[in-house]
Design a protein around this ligand. Structure first.
Ligand code: F3S
Length: 390
């Protein structure tokens, strides 16, 4: 692989031991994937922040890197395993909190922004179209490639950290235009995009297309629907990109066609649904809730009190905005718990709730696989009803 002067300096160790190791790692990854060079990235989003996901080895690794490693580009973090200020209310044990706070303090030392959110693009980490970035949260990667038009592979937590420190990533995969072409036109024969349909669409395309990139033609989606689809398609299939006509950048439209109608959506939705009896936790905010989503829940509650434990995850920046608008206060009066910096999937709650209801197809997948809880998949409206009436 051809290296420039700065890259050679990193490799020599002149710029620190961590930077040397990180450069070695990127070169090795590049060699594995046949990259000819390393390219500059303008921003990084680092996953692998929750102690529940990375454990003791991950904590040691980040603390080692923090000895002399410093970020050289804008770097934001994925959710941690707990609300960093309000972890007691989540029922987090002190031992876990101590470990989690050590991870956060190592990232602080490295110079990462402690945003702890899976929607970096809504809270200030906004790349430009055609810019190369190195992000690792799968839903954010898909949103960045598809909606924003930035170029990123689905990085692992460690490779993203390596890019944050060196400012480079190997040029392969989604950084090459040839790998960003759609293979099939997907026509949505729908008048409107109904609630849950973006999540359901991700699961349909994941199963039918695996890692092929779809070119979707259909009614204009909202920001929230694009966020939901980005999370779902990346979870159920191997692709980290879609095109949505009128939203994504222009590209040659494929001739092969797949038509999906309401019946297809309802069939898949039914498959994911489950039984609503016995829900012990209603979980909203995957990916992290926007202000509009918080308002929607507030409006559906109409000041009534919930009977079932109900959590909403969001970014701290969005929480602060919601607080200023009085939304947080109203939700709290209804008994809803809004947690920042984390989500119910990356928090240590395995075995705590027998059945969890969610409106997110991505969360559904991980609640079943990681938390081993039973699930119910319903609209926000249905979930609020469950929360209010049991
Ligand atoms: Fe975000 Fe957690 Fe969902 S990290 S995308 S809220 S599983």
């Amino acid at each position: 692989m051809k290296l420039d002067e700065l890259q050679k300096e990193y490799l020599s160790g002149k710029l620190g031991n961590s930077a040397k190791k990180m450069m070695e790692l990127l070169i090795t990854i590049g060699q594995i994937y046949g990259a000819k060079r390393l390219i500059k990235v303008s921003s990084v989003q680092i996953a692998g922040v929750s102690y529940d996901n990375i454990g003791e080895e991950g904590l040691q690794f980040i603390e080692d890197v923090a000895r002399d490693g410093k970020v050289s580009v804008k770097a934001t973090l994925n959710p941690a395993g707990m609300d960093l200020e309000n972890w007691g209310e989540m029922g987090i044990k002190k031992e876990f909190a101590e470990k989690q706070l050590r991870i956060i303090s190592a990232f602080r030392k490295i110079g990462a922004e402690l945003s702890c959110s899976c929607v970096p693009y809504l809270i200030g980490n906004i790349p430009k179209r055609y810019e190369h970035i190195a992000w690792s949260e799968s839903s954010a990667v898909c949103f960045a490639n598809s909606v924003i038009g930035a170029r990123t592979n689905r990085e692992g937590g460690i490779t993203a950290l390596a890019s944050a420190i060196t400012g480079f990533t190997p040029e392969y995969g989604m950084h090459l235009e040839v790998n960003r072409l759609p293979c099939i036109k997907v026509c949505l024969d729908l008048r409107d995009i109904e609630p849950l349909y973006p999540g359901v669409l991700g699961s349909i395309l994941g199963e039918k297309l695996r890692n092929q990139i779809p070119y979707i033609v259909g009614p204009k989606p909202t920001l929230e629907q694009l966020k939901e689809l980005s999370a779902s398609i990346a979870t159920y299939g191997g692709t980290s990109m879609f095109y949505w006509e009128g939203i994504s950048e222009e590209v040659k439209v494929p001739t092969k066609e797949l038509i999906l109608n309401r019946k297809d959506f309802e069939t898949y939705r039914e498959r994911l649904k489950g039984d609503k009896r016995g829900v012990e936790l209603v979980a909203l905010g995957c990916p992290h809730a926007t202000i509009e989503e918080l308002k929607e829940v507030r409006d559906l509650l109409r000041g009534r009190k919930v009977k079932i434990e109900t959590w909403i995850s969001t970014a701290r920046k969005i929480f602060t905005e919601a607080k200023e608008l009085g939304i947080v206060e109203e939700m709290k009066k209804s008994g809803i718990k809004i947690f920042c910096d984390t989500c119910f999937v990356v928090a240590p709650i395995r075995g705590k709730f027998k059945k969890i209801a969610t409106n997110s197809a991505k969360a559904l997948y991980y609640i079943q696989g990681k938390l081993r809880s039973e699930t119910y998949y319903g609209t926000t409206e249905e979930l609020v009803e469950i929360a209010l009436n049991g």
